[in-house]
Design a protein around this ligand. Structure first.
Ligand SMILES: Nc1ncnc2c1ncn2[C@@H]1O[C@H](COP(=O)(O)OP(=O)(O)OP(=O)(O)O)[C@@H](O)[C@H]1O
Ligand SMILES: [Mg+2]
Length: 604
């Protein structure tokens, strides 16, 4: 079969439903024909099976009973073989279509979920555990996959098996047929009760599994902290606790399952007994023939089998329903509309930014930014200085609309920022995050990450790397730019990561450049080199620099000192030095430290 990537063509609004099972069935959209094909072939297969018993009846009652001519024997034998062959082919085709339905639906769902997660807002990701999301996109999706590959098809199969064989039995004798299904209401009742309890328990189990995934994910990504603080034992115990709880919940679930089976088996056993006895009495009385009885005893098994299966299916479906709900929790969050905005297609902007009384809060309670007023002329450099937690990162994060400012307005080239699409803003803004993240790709690919589609030349990558003062380090690696970053490749130092992130932002050739504490992990000499290189690169771009060392930002056109979300001082380095205030204090303090260091180095 040719590999086909199914895209998420279904519209979640109409494909999803919180109500009962209808959501699960709406998911079949687009695969209904294949699903029906699968069930149709199954029907053929089952009809062939049932026909075998009817042929048996014919053979015993007519061929043997009426002592027909010998040529009937090979004919009947041939009939059995043909039926078996036909049944085999149909079963195979049915299985094939069933698999395609299940895998198709799940592939589409996975793609959809992944795409959806990529497009959820920053605030959603701030609030949601990665472990929880991983659990839902893997564990729960897999439960659904099992549902579609097994239960959804089995459901059709079970119903059909039951109906076809029931009709066949009624054909033999109506009374016998009715007696063969007396326990059906009881089985449905018991299954429904279990359905309720198992749903609840399964939900608890999945929650615990998500917790375990979170614990694992956090302790692994924070392994350095764990080791540095010698908290291995604590982490191990925590994992053990969560794991034991998962075990306990899993056990409870299995107990429930194992309690369910004997109950239905007992019911089915009674049913079998009642059927066989009634059939036997009827044969002795002469109500039905021996051939009919033999056929009936075969058919009865195929009536009871679906009854047993039905119970199991109802119970398994409860899990699918729980997982479906957990996936829906994610899908129901609206993705960010990154393409909407009145001004979508703008070729060039000047890069003038004006903040007017801008205020912002993350949680609608504590203000993080208060009445920010700032005018940034195109192509100038603004530096932000302030205590940790004063709101510097928050302020620059408003520009690509990672978060929406709650009050006031920000104008970009005189136009309200909210009127530009996020996609556009993120295209023209190059940002070096405070804690840059590199992917497990080669260094070259990491640098070119921000320029999708467009083929970036090696020269451009090297130029960006040189500007970020990282070129020399890169070529010192055995594989140079083709060195893999991360687990399978080099482990980069904090400063190297920062410089690669700078190169990545520069390669984008952004109109607005944001450097959030981007040189905090490099030594003073390297920092000097980066600033020298950046100085030429910053020309023509509006640049925001966040730094803690005055050395790094004194050349900026405007320096803003932030405190508790407000700008308390604003001006050029010289202006600010002339004034009494916090800037001068910081400057004096830092100069003194530098001087002391210098004398110490000299005396050493
Ligand atoms: N995603 C977030 N959700 C909620 N609150 C946040 C979030 N990010 C930051 N904050 C809060 O906002 C305030 C300002 O944080 P911000 O990161 O802007 O500070 P900063 O000036 O960049 O500090 P630093 O110099 O340490 O980087 C802090 O009190 C912080 O707790
Ligand atoms: Mg910050």
């Amino acid at each position: 079969m040719k590999e086909k990537v199914t895209t998420f063509t279904f519209d979640p609004e109409t494909s999803l439903s919180r109500k009962g099972f209808s959501g699960l069935f709406r998911f079949l959209k687009g695969f209904r024909i294949i699903y029906i094909l699968s069930i149709t072939f199954l029907t053929f297969a089952m009809t062939a099976k049932t026909t075998t018993y009817i042929l048996l009846r014919f053979f015993i009652d007519k061929v043997l009973g009426e002592k027909r001519e010998p040529y009937w024997y090979p004919l009947v034998a041939g009939g059995f073989i043909l039926l078996a062959l036909f049944q085999g082919v149909c079963t195979f085709l049915s299985g094939k279509f069933a698999a395609r339905t299940a895998e198709g639906i799940i592939q589409r769902l996975r793609n959809y979920l992944y795409n959806h997660l990529q497009n959820l807002s920053f605030s959603y990701h701030d609030k949601t555990n990665t472990g929880e999301l991983i659990q839902r996109t893997t564990g729960d999706v897999d439960t659904l996959r099992r549902f579609y590959s097994e239960q959804a098809i089995s459901l059709g199969r079970v119903l059909l098996l039951f109906i076809i064989n029931f009709i066949a039995v009624i054909n033999i004798n109506l009374k016998l047929g009715l007696i063969s299904v007396v326990v059906v209401p009881l089985i449905v009742l018991v299954s429904t009760l279990f359905f309720r309890v198992i749903s609840k328990r399964y939900q608890e189990f999945q929650q615990q599994e998500a917790k375990l995934t979170t614990t694992l994910q956090e302790s692994l990504s924070g392994i350095r902290v764990v080791k540095a603080f010698a908290r291995n034992k604590f982490e191990t115990e925590k994992f053990d606790r969560d794991n034991s709880e998962k075990f306990r919940r899993g056990k409870r679930l299995i107990y429930l399952h194992s309690a369910f089976w004997p109950i239905t088996d007992l019911l089915c056993g009674f049913q079998m007994l009642a059927g066989y006895l009634t059939g036997a009495f009827m044969t002795i009385n002469g109500t039905i023939t021996i051939g009919s009885y033999l056929a009936y005893s075969g058919l009865l098994i195929w009536i009871i089998f679906p009854m047993r299966m039905l119970g199991r299916l109802i119970v398994e479906t409860s899990k699918a329903k729980v997982s479906y709900g957990r996936i829906l929790d994610i899908i129901e969050h609206k993705p960010e509309a990154i393409f909407s905005g009145k001004k979508k297609r703008i070729n060039s902007i000047n890069g003038e930014i004006i903040f007017k009384d801008v205020s912002f809060t993350y949680d609608k309670k504590t203000p993080v930014l208060n009445g920010i007023n700032l005018t940034v002329k195109p192509g100038t450099v603004v530096a932000l200085l302030g205590h940790t937690g004063s709101g510097k990162t928050t302020l620059v994060n408003l520009l690509p609309r990672f978060y929406e400012y709650t009050e006031g307005s920000i104008l970009l080239d005189g136009e309200e920022l909210k009127n530009y699409s996020k996609e556009f803003l993120r295209r023209i803004i190059g940002i070096v995050e405070q804690e840059p993240f590199l992917f497990s790709l080669t260094i070259a690919e990491n640098i070119a990450y921000g320029v999708p589609g467009k083929k970036t030349t090696q020269e451009e990558i090297v130029r960006a790397a040189k500007a970020a003062a990282i070129h020399d380090s890169i070529i010192s690696f055995p594989k140079g730019y083709e060195t893999l970053v991360g687990e399978k490749g080099v482990t980069l130092s904090g400063g190297q990561k920062q410089r690669i992130a700078i190169a990545r932002a520069l390669l984008k050739n952004p109109k607005i450049l944001i450097l959030d504490d981007s040189t905090s992990s490099v030594d003073t000499e390297t920092e000097q080199k980066i600033w020298e290189a950046l100085e030429t690169l910053m020309q023509g771009r509006t640049t925001f620099i966040i730094a803690h060392r005055i050395q790094s930002l004194m050349k900026a056109d405007i320096i803003c000192v932030l405190d508790k979300g407000s700008i308390i001082q604003q001006g050029s380095h010289d202006e600010l030095l002339r004034r009494e205030g916090i800037y001068r204090k910081i400057y004096d303090l830092q100069s003194r430290i530098d001087e002391e260091l210098e004398t110490e180095v000299k005396n050493a």
